[in-house]
Each structure stands twice: as C-alpha cells, then as structure tokens.
Write a protein that binds this ligand. Structure first.
Ligand SMILES: [Zn+2]
Ligand SMILES: [Zn+2]
Length: 154
C-alpha cells in the first residue's frame, strides 16, 4: 500500500479506551485506575487540554483533589506510548485518535474557539522528514500544526 493511501479506523468511546490501554501496556506500562481516569478526562475534551484542565476534570469526576504534576507525568507516558499527542502551539494535549498506529499527525488548530482537527497525510509528513534528512538533520518528531479558523468560526 502506498504511503499516501494509508487509512485506519479511528476508534471511539470504549473502543478508543481499550486501544489506548493496549498501546500503553505494549510500551511496558501498567494501565492503572488513575491513568484510566486521566485518559477518560483527556478524551472527553473536544479541544486540546492542559494538564491543569485535565487535573480539574479528574478532580471533579472523582471528588478528590488531583495534582496537575501527577497528570503531567501520566501525559508524558501517554505521549511516549502514542496514546496522546502534544499540540505544541496550544501547549496542550489531545487523545491520539489512533493509538495502535504510529505516524506523524497534522493538527488544524482554530485560533477562535480552540477546536483542533486531526489530519493524517503521510505523503506530506514523510516529505517533511525527507527534507530534514536532505539538510543533514535527523528528524525525531516533526510538528505540523496549522493555525487558522475552523468551519464553525469562519
Ligand atoms: Zn494521525
Ligand atoms: Zn473555531
């Protein structure tokens, strides 16, 4: 299959939760109750969420105070295990729509409402990697984010 024809299912709800769990466990980490709470909170946001947003959501859901610091550590694990992505220009995190598939994602971030749409286009992202390599640079993690206005705000 050609790179640009890459397609995969994007699981939702319980399916997304179990796909996230599988990916985290494959990375050698335990899926604990706290990690599940953080993932549920993260997946419940329709725009990128900061560790503070997630700590607040988990604190409300569990009726106990959860520190943003512990959420940060879990988010780092999630990013390393491909369970979450960091949206750099929003300084926030988003649940990975395809935790079982590792590739570079493109994010379209609305400047007005913050809604972030995820696009996969492997021919563009591999072009960025190749251009970096051609310049003698080893790309570890291309960050491709497009700021602008979403269809609702336009
Ligand atoms: Zn993607
Ligand atoms: Zn918008």
């Amino acid at each position: 299959m050609a790179a640009h024809a890459h397609h995969h299912d994007e699981p939702h709800g319980a399916d997304l939760l179990s796909a996230a769990r599988t990916s985290l466990e494959k990375s050698g980490e335990q899926w604990t109750a706290m990690r599940e709470s953080v993932f549920r909170a993260l997946a419940g946001f329709d725009k990128p969420a900061s560790a503070y947003d997630i700590a607040d959501a988990v604190s409300k859901a569990e009726d106990r105070r959860v520190a943003a610091n512990s959420v940060y550590r879990i988010l780092d694990l999630f990013v390393a295990a491909n369970v979450a992505s960091r949206v750099e220009s929003a300084n926030a995190y988003i649940a990975n729509a395809h935790p079982d598939c590792l590739h570079d994602c493109i994010f379209l971030v609305c400047d007005t409402c913050g809604q972030t749409v995820h696009l996969d286009n492997d021919s563009i992202t591999s072009g960025v990697r190749h251009a970096a390599e051609a310049a003698g640079f080893t790309p570890e993690r291309p960050v491709i984010e497009v700021r602008g206005k979403c269809a609702d705000c336009d």
